[in-house]
Design a protein around this ligand. Structure first.
Ligand code: TXA
Ligand code: MG
Length: 349
């Protein structure tokens, strides 16, 4: 079937591609365009146009309280989106932009209420893909862009993932191939002291602390905090998020798999050698993501593959609880559920 939303191929670094000119015109007219970033595909709208931004929430089915990240083509435009630009922002922007780091700062009047869900702060970042920055430059305004998926679904790392979720609901998809990083940006709150990570991502607390020369809290993302508390700080951290369509359960290292009916076709995702306790599983699909970098890049693609494989259950054997796996564990915690414990045997009466 021909997709209702056109998909235009584009080289990741061609600032004059005809598709880019078409996309910029659509955005200036209040349209919605999915575009590549180094993390995941974003669903862009003119951040200064409240009607255009409202269409993002509608297309995604996203709660209006969940704020959007604003994308700039460089630090100058990012600074116009905020009312305070502390030394720490300057240092981090110099070091990590363009790149997968979102800075949460007090917002400026350029950014309407709808973008931030009424909050007085805004998340800003500069994406590390040439066409994304060229697009923003052509539009001449910052772009509000959440991940280009239906709310609570897996983020898209390829144009076809966007099309599968949002075909007919948006105006255009720019396809520059699979994204290089594959997990959403680290979200860092610079309004709190010390700075605090709201969403773990490709850049971790140690890297940020090393550049800033002050400690950086990752407490909000800590697995020990109830998910509800994390969600209060950053609504995108709701318990169920990034979920595949197929039921998906997670097993911590050392936990045996639950009893699975013989007719169940299982897709298995492991992070390293197959643990002996999983030896009895006969998965129809097995995906091995041996190290954090590879796992970040292909986690969402792997979950999309499991969904497309026809498996009726996804089993994820969690990677170790180690800082290098924090972002991957964070996403998996929300993409999966803990298997129900077996019912206790009822005494015969
Ligand atoms: O890598 C990314 O960040 C991708 C690409 C497209 O740039 N975008 C992305 O956007 O993941 P989205 O909307 O799917 O996730 C945005 C996250 C949510 O967890 C949201 O709650 C948080 O950022 N966020 C945005 N603005 C915020 C603010 N002012 N305060 C607290 N959290 C905020
Ligand atoms: Mg998202």
């Amino acid at each position: 079937m021909t997709p209702a939303t056109p998909i235009r191929s584009i080289a990741p670094d061609d600032p004059d591609a005809p598709a880019l000119i078409e996309a910029a015109a659509m955005l200036r007219a209040g349209g919605l365009v999915a575009f590549p970033t180094e993390t995941v595909y974003g669903l862009g709208a003119d951040a200064t146009n409240p009607e255009a931004v409202a269409r993002i929430f509608l297309a995604k089915g996203r709660p209006s309280t969940n704020p959007l990240i604003v994308h700039a083509d460089g630090p100058d435009l990012a600074r116009r989106c905020v009312s305070v630009w502390p030394e720490a922002a300057e240092t981090l922007a110099r070091h990590f932009w363009p790149g997968p780091l979102t800075l949460v700062l007090p917002r400026s009047p350029l950014i309407p209420d709808i973008v931030t869900g009424g909050r007085d702060t805004v998340g800003v970042r500069v994406p590390d893909v040439g066409v994304a920055r060229a697009l923003i430059e052509r539009v001449g305004r910052p772009l509000a862009a959440p991940s280009a998926n239906r709310s609570n679904r897996i983020s898209p790392t390829r144009a076809e993932h966007v099309s599968r979720d949002l075909d007919g609901r948006i105006d255009l998809i720019l396809d520059a191939g699979p994204t290089a990083v594959g997990l959403e940006s680290t979200v860092l709150d610079l309004t709190s002291k010390p700075p605090r990570i709201l969403r773990p991502g490709p850049i971790d607390a140690d890297q940020l602390a090393a550049v800033l020369g002050v400690p950086v809290l990752s407490s909000v993302s800590s697995e020990s905090l109830p998910l509800a508390d994390r969600a209060a700080a950053s609504p995108g951290l709701m318990a169920i998020h990034y979920a595949p369509r197929t039921p998906a359960i997670r097993l911590e290292p050392g936990s045996p798999p639950p009893a699975i009916p013989a007719e169940t076709s299982v897709a298995l995702i492991v992070f390293g050698p197959l643990a002996p306790e999983l030896g009895s599983l006969r998965p129809s699909l097995r995906i091995d993501l041996p190290d954090p970098a590879r796992a970040s890049r292909t986690l969402y693609d792997s979950l999309h593959c499991c969904d497309a494989s026809g498996a009726s259950l996804i089993i994820v054997r969690m990677p170790p609880d180690h800082p290098s796996w924090a972002a991957v564990r964070d996403r998996l915690q929300r993409a999966t559920t803990v298997p129900e414990p077996p019912l206790p045997a009822r005494p015969l009466t």
